[in-house]
Design a protein around this ligand. Structure first.
Ligand code: NAX
Length: 331
């Protein structure tokens, strides 16, 4: 039998956490044959609720779940973890300045970076979900210099999956037959959902999404804004933000990273930019990636048209501004 993998979930008493931990315990993230030990971190006001989640995990009697650590101590939470899913953060409340929210998250991610750097297992893979996800990941990277930069990522897979969902609905095809959409840039409304390289598997082979949809006006405006604004649409409908889809997408992100992407398929991940596609180096930016042997690589050589170029640059500019704002909170 395999040795258990230790998976940290921060903000585990929150709504995404509540959806995510049972998925991990059922093997959705790391595979049906991979035992796990869950490490759950939250802050003291949520300690009782966190303990309730632990009780439910015990009650669910998951065969793969070999242990549960529920704690408000970051060091205890981070010790020995192989995978860290960072869902905890400070939410933007009505009337709050962007800078104040940034400042709270910078201080959270700075201190959790140190805890991970000192106590996580070597080669720990980190996924930041909490917003501002790209910039929180960048701060985590800056303050955990001994964790390889390739190990620090942020979640844009939910946006990626939303784009697949929209195409599938529009064409009345199975979502599993749609692939290779791309989310470029920030996990915010400036992101660019790109279908120029996306295809649908049909009995006659793979067909470009653009050809099948045959409506560039829709693809270049409504499709893009629907994906960009989907989070807001969920809040309007549910009076709560996306949780089950965020949790499921976080599992997809880690599963593909650890176990690999299928041949011919790429997915979107927020990763440390090396300057590919003329995106400024030193930002955490969402790119198309393939994964193999536990490592992602940015898909190279995709042609970028003028329309896309502008959108790639716009979301990069927003990320550069966020980075500057985050740094201004450090002093
Ligand atoms: P909740 O407010 O339900 O849960 C957040 C939890 O984090 C709370 O239990 C809170 O006590 C805890 N927390 C706060 N500070 C902490 C700290 N320093 N250490 C550990 N835990 C801490 O929010 P939820 O709906 O679960 O969303 C969590 C985060 O995901 C938010 O930042 C949200 O904006 C972000 N999202 C990111 C998405 C993405 O695709 N990247 C999509 C969904 C979601 O909006």
């Amino acid at each position: 039998a395999k040795d258990p993998v230790r998976v940290l979930v921060t903000g585990a008493a929150g709504q995404i956490g509540y959806a995510l931990v049972p998925m991990i315990a059922r093997g959705v993230m790391l595979g049906a044959d991979q035992p796990v030990i869950l490490h759950m971190l939250d802050i003291p006001p949520a300690a009782e609720a966190l303990n309730g989640v632990k009780m439910e995990l015990v009650d669910a009697a998951f065969p793969l779940l070999k242990g549960v650590v529920a704690t408000t101590d970051a060091v205890e939470a981070c010790t020995g973890v192989n995978v860290a899913v960072m869902v905890g953060g400070f939410p933007r409340k009505e009337g709050m300045e962007r800078k104040d929210v940034m400042s709270k998250n910078v201080s959270i991610y700075k201190s959790q970076a140190s805890a991970l750097e000192k106590h996580a297992a070597p080669n720990c893979k980190v996924l930041v979900v909490a917003n501002p996800a790209n910039t929180n990941a960048l701060i985590l990277k800056e303050f955990a210099p001994s964790i390889p930069e390739k190990n620090i990522t942020c979640l844009t897979r939910l946006d990626h999956n939303r784009a697949l969902g929209q195409i599938s609905e529009r064409l009345s095809v199975q979502v599993s037959d749609v692939k290779n959409v791309i989310i470029w840039g920030n996990h915010s409304s400036s992101q660019y959902p790109d279908v120029n390289h996306a295809t649908v598997t049909t009995p006659a082979g793979d067909k470009p999404v653009r050809e099948l949809v045959a409506d560039d006006a829709w693809l270049n405006s409504e499709f893009i804004s629907t994906v960009q604004q989907r989070g807001a649409a969920i809040i309007k409908a549910r009076k709560l933000s996306s949780a089950l889809s965020a949790a499921s997408s976080a599992c997809d992100h880690i599963r593909d990273w650890v176990l690999g992407t299928p041949e011919g398929t790429f997915v979107s991940m927020g990763v440390y930019s090396d300057g590919s596609y003329n995106v400024p180096a030193g930002l955490i930016y969402s790119f198309p990636v393939t994964c193999k042997n536990g490592e992602w690589s940015i898909v190279q050589g995709l042609p970028i048209d003028e329309f896309s170029r502008k959108k790639l640059d716009l979301t990069a500019e927003e990320l550069s501004e966020e980075k500057a704002l985050a740094y201004s909170c450090l002093t």
